[in-house]
Design a binder for this molecule. Structure first.
Ligand SMILES: [Zn+2]
Length: 235
């Protein structure tokens, strides 16, 4: 499959591409809105061209780079492999986090999105340190427990565990250098740990409060009906 730019600037794409949108998260079609002109491309003959699409779900722009396959007299043939310039952002329910933890953790996830894996690792350590300062006395034990839980569930290799442990809890200034594979494990681990630490707690507390409230409400209603029934019987 190829994409064609015809001599009259007509844009021909035999198959419309659908992908997860970095803006809205929907698996939506990419609809072409800004396509290069035949004349301009023929004049400069670049090896790659840019095409602007619009997300069919949220209408935000999606910028792509595409390789040129051939310059012909009647058309220009482009590869159908659209390389997106903007990467999908890591999603997280930041609103549950204390402001200081949120600021650092947001940057950590941005580093990962940008492909800066060692900057990401450093920000993960800062996320843990900020959380420890925020949570007080038992926080260190809690974070270590969360890490061990991730290791057990993920059945992680010893060498990966050692690296991630020293990234997250290392006390000296030495920070191990991490590779893409370790960063991929670290992103899932840190998201789960921050989730367990703050979001699970907040959600569970809110759910319990709600259940108790409705249970009490229900109990009160039942009592009042019973009283009425007793009164009706005795009348
Ligand atoms: Zn979208």
């Amino acid at each position: 499959m190829s994409i064609f730019i015809h001599q009259d600037n007509r844009f021909e794409q035999s198959e419309i591409t659908s992908r997860e949108c970095p803006h809205c998260g929907a698996h939506a079609q990419l609809l072409p809105v800004a396509t290069p002109s035949f004349e301009a491309l023929n004049g400069y003959r670049p090896r790659h061209v840019g095409i602007g699409f619009r997300c069919a779900a949220c209408a935000e722009p999606r910028f792509t780079r595409v390789a040129v396959r051939a310059y012909e007299d009647s058309h220009i043939e482009l590869s159908s492999n659209l390389v997106e310039i903007e990467r999908g952002r890591e999603r997280f329910q930041f609103s549950y986090l204390p402001p200081a933890v949120e600021r650092i953790f947001r940057e950590a996830l941005q580093c990962y999105t940008a492909g800066c894996h060692n900057a990401f690792a450093s920000m993960c350590r800062r996320t843990v340190q900020t959380s420890l300062a925020d949570m007080g006395a038992n926080a260190k034990l809690r974070w270590h427990d969360l890490f061990r839980e991730v290791v057990a569930i993920g059945d992680l290799d010893d060498s990966v565990v050692r690296t991630l442990e020293s990234v997250l809890f290392g006390t000296d200034d030495a920070m191990p250098e991490i590779q893409a594979g370790e960063a991929a494990v670290l992103i899932e681990a840190i998201k789960d740990m921050v989730y367990q630490c703050y979001i699970r707690t907040a959600k569970l507390r809110a759910a319990l409060k709600m259940r108790r409230y409705f249970a009490e409400e229900q109990a009160n209603k039942i009592t009042s009906i019973d009283r009425r029934a007793v009164r009706a019987e005795s009348a």
